[in-house]
Design a protein around this ligand. Structure first.
Ligand code: MRU
Length: 354
């Protein structure tokens, strides 16, 4: 399995995704500030992996705290959470991950639990969240595999694979599960400018699993759809609003319109922690703007003339009307998503946080 991140006695070890596919190197974060930097710099990325990293970040902050009383530790937890929450705004999993650990901390602090016991409990919970993320990906695979063609080519955008989760992947997990179930699937991976998650990461991890993968520039899929060479699209998500509008990597919205135009099903695969019931619709989702340099430079080489204005929104929002189904670990949601999300949310009791 691809070790995206791992809790070790000396810290949290992250596979450095900025270096792939040429170098397989690791960055060890020994305190929460380093975890925040790892998330901000996209050494770890992908909504579910960010969520678990943030949870582990709060846990390592608490675990390494020198506070000797609960009052001081509680103040520290607030500052740790703030630092981690300010790293990336769009993937709601980040805030979910922080919240899961803070909720447990607050429960234990409220009952005056000794600090060493609190430390052990938050570390254990963050490590459990890692295992639960992999289990959720496998469940998404089980629920979604039959939606993919028995034989055909599936387009994906960005990287929603093992590298974007604790293992197996969401969108790529569904592809993996379909192949394990006997489907013959080839993958088209959009390169995903400017960070190249598709070209660098999706192609890398699928080829490691011997899944036939062809990299496309981001402007090629319309042509291939018109030729009948794409049978389904499947992507991940960074935040799904209560009405099903879905924020995902910049370029996803365009792909969804192309799929609709060509009568191709467009699937989203995401864990329940990506669904943000508190956000009514997609226009309310904060979109991260990243540094101009990601666009102006490629591999350290300047690609644009000095003085060119640059836009670099990292995500866009696909309106619910373009989405055929949303695959979660709880089951598959169909339109109207406002209703199916609410129904499934009400039907599944919250998991205990401790
Ligand atoms: O900027 P990134 O690389 O963190 O963006 C990742 C994506 O947009 C993924 O598609 C999304 O997080 C789902 S990952 C299972």
């Amino acid at each position: 399995m691809i070790p995206t991140l791992e809790w070790l006695p000396e810290g949290i070890n992250f596979l450095d995704q900025t270096k792939l596919p040429l170098e397989e190197t690791y960055v060890l974060a020994t305190d929460y500030k380093q975890v925040a930097n790892v998330i901000r710099d996209m050494i770890v990325r992908g909504a579910p992996a960010i969520g678990v990293s943030a949870a582990m970040g709060v846990a390592i902050g608490i675990d390494r705290s020198a506070a000797t009383n609960l009052q001081d530790l509680t103040a520290e937890v607030a500052s740790i959470s703030k630092t981690l929450a300010e790293t990336r705004p769009t993937a709601v999993n980040l805030f979910w991950g922080i919240d899961e650990i803070c909720t447990l901390y607050n429960q234990l602090a409220a009952s005056n639990t000794p600090i060493p016991e609190i430390k052990a409990a938050v570390v254990a919970k963050s490590r459990r969240m890692y295992d639960e993320d992999i289990a959720a990906c496998k469940q998404m695979g089980a629920h979604g595999a039959s939606l993919l063609p028995k034989q055909g080519t599936v387009l994906t955008h960005c990287n929603a694979g093992a590298l974007a989760t604790c293992g197996y992947g969401t969108a790529l997990g569904v592809i993996r599960a379909a192949i394990e179930a006997g489907h013959t699937i080839d993958v088209f991976a959009d390169e995903t400018r400017p960070f190249l998650q598709g070209a660098r990461l999706t192609a890398w991890e699928l080829l490691k699993d011997n899944i036939p993968t062809t990299v496309l520039c981001d402007n090629m899929s319309a042509h291939l759809m018109k030729q009948g060479r794409i049978q389904a699209v499947i992507v991940g998500a960074d935040r799904i609003a209560a009405n099903g509008d879905t924020a995902n990597k910049i370029g996803t919205y365009a792909v969804s319109i192309l799929a609709k135009e060509h009568g191709i099903p467009f699937y989203v695969a995401a864990p329940w922690s990506t669904i943000d019931i508190a956000t009514a619709h997609g226009d309310l989702i904060p979109i991260e703007q990243r540094a101009a340099r990601e666009v102006t430079h490629s591999n350290g080489k300047q690609m644009t003339p000095d003085g060119a204005a640059i836009e670099n929104p990292a995500f866009d929002v696909t309106p619910a009307k373009y989405i055929t189904a949303i695959i979660t670990e709880r089951g598959v949601l169909y339109p109207s998503f406002a209703e199916s999300i609410q129904r499934m949310d009400a039907a599944t009791p919250e998991l205990a946080t401790a």
